[in-house]
Design a protein. Structure first.
Length: 421
């Protein structure tokens, strides 16, 4: 019976319907198309919230009851579903499709992922038990939905509104705009993920990365102070680094330009920012780094954690004639590099022994490592951080130029295991 009823998803027709729909209706167009093609009871999209600790179900034009877990904007309703270790969380974290059956209803939960970025989850309720072909087809539709969401969110605030389970201050809004649009990137030779746990009063932490043909650029910075002034200092610093990077300047030229930008345009008077800048040659695994007054990065190699002995130069914005030096670090396949801001190391955060904690996370995808460490910081410091806590984790695999081995937007070789096998 399953074979007769299963006709597969016509992605061409679904994507045409997406293009005809308004950006706010793009996901509904996918849901309608998938639902019709597979004979589903219902289809639902859940977007990952910004905290990394919940999924948010977005629905349109439905009855609304005023509850703590629900928000309404115009005709759209966002319902927060905190992670509880169940199949939804397992599907997202492990990047494996989960199927939950109850009587005649069978719910397929497929990760919506693009290049390792866990955007959310596609849920499809079927009146029959799906076989491997049906599961693979729904997974393929979920992968296509990732591109639909990425394209649609350029034109609407709907998805970001849904992801914001806590309100933003103006400083937080500015800071958010400085971060890359995806916090995770998988490539053939590396996997990268970063995270920012903002303090109650924004502390100016940022991270950034950009992938060229044979180079990976990355940075982590921390602007002095809190609130609007700190966010504006971070804006100058990140804007300068991106400007010079996109003009093809060297790593030292990027550092010098960021220093000049803060010297010549200090918002509200004297200001500065610390930072780590890196440029990884993907052909050789050699990472050139500049340390501008920033906490030392950690290298995890063969289960051992060691600080990278980089010469420390002045923070950006301190000395008009500040000079900077690069240090080359030769990465080996299997290495993990961890960049941090001082919010991960100071005050109450000192109770988190990072060198002791990191070896136990070696089997986790970097996307999960930053989540685990973010949760650990909140456990030892409390829900209100005195300073931003920012981290960037880079896994080096080597073999640049080899094709990735992917399944619906993720590389299963680097995926985390199921939470409860």
């Amino acid at each position: 019976m399953n074979e007769k009823r299963w006709i597969g998803v016509d992605l061409g027709r679904v994507l045409r319907a997406v293009e005809d729909a308004a950006p706010v209706d793009a996901v509904e167009a996918v849901a309608r198309g998938v639902g019709v093609d597979v004979g589903a009871h219902w289809v639902s999209f859940l977007v990952a919230d910004m905290s990394g600790r919940a999924l948010v179900r977005l629905t349109h034009d439905v009855p609304f009851a005023d509850r703590p877990d629900r928000r309404r904007q115009d005709e759209d309703v966002a319902t927060v579903l905190p992670f509880d270790g169940g199949p939804q969380e397992q599907a997202l974290r492990s990047q494996r499709v989960q199927v939950r059956s109850s009587g005649d209803e069978h719910i397929v939960m497929a990760p919506v992922t693009q290049r390792g970025e866990a955007i959310g989850l596609l849920e499809v309720s079927l009146p029959f038990a799906p076989d491997a072909t049906a599961v693979a087809e729904i997974s393929r539709a979920a992968h296509a939905l990732a591109f639909v969401v990425i394209a649609a969110r350029r034109h609407t605030d709907l998805f970001e509104w849904g992801q914001r389970t806590t309100p933003f201050s103006l400083a937080a809004e500015i800071q958010r705009r400085l971060l890359p649009s995806s916090f995770t990137c998988e490539a053939g030779s590396f996997t990268l993920s970063a995270w920012l746990e903002p303090a109650a009063s924004i502390g100016g932490d940022t991270f950034d990365y950009s992938l060229a043909r044979n180079l990976l650029h990355l940075s982590i910075t921390d602007a002095v102070g809190h609130g609007i002034d700190s966010a504006l200092t971070a804006t100058l610093c990140v804007g300068s680094l991106r400007h010079t990077r996109r003009r093809g300047h060297t790593l030292l030229e990027q550092a010098q330009a960021a220093n000049s930008a803060l010297i010549e345009n200090p918002p509200g008077g004297f200001t500065f920012a610390t930072g780590l800048l890196g440029r990884l040659d993907l052909r050789t695994g050699v990472l050139a780094m500049v340390n501008a007054g920033h906490p030392t990065p950690l290298l995890v190699r063969e289960g051992n954690v060691q600080p990278l002995a980089l010469p420390v130069d002045p923070p950006f914005g301190v000395l008009r004639q500040g000079s900077y030096r690069t240090t080359d670090v030769a990465l080996r396949p299997g290495d993990r590099l961890v960049l941090l801001t001082d919010g991960m190391l100071e005050r109450g955060a000192t109770r988190l022994d990072l060198p002791a904690r990191l070896p136990g996370l070696s089997d986790l995808h970097p996307r999960e490592v930053v989540r685990v460490l973010g949760d650990a910081i909140l456990d030892v410091v409390g829900s209100t951080l005195p300073d931003d806590a920012c981290m960037l984790v880079l896994d080096w695999h080597g073999d640049h130029g080899d094709d990735r081995s992917t399944r619906a937007g993720a590389d299963p070789r680097w995926a985390s295991a199921l939470l409860h096998p």
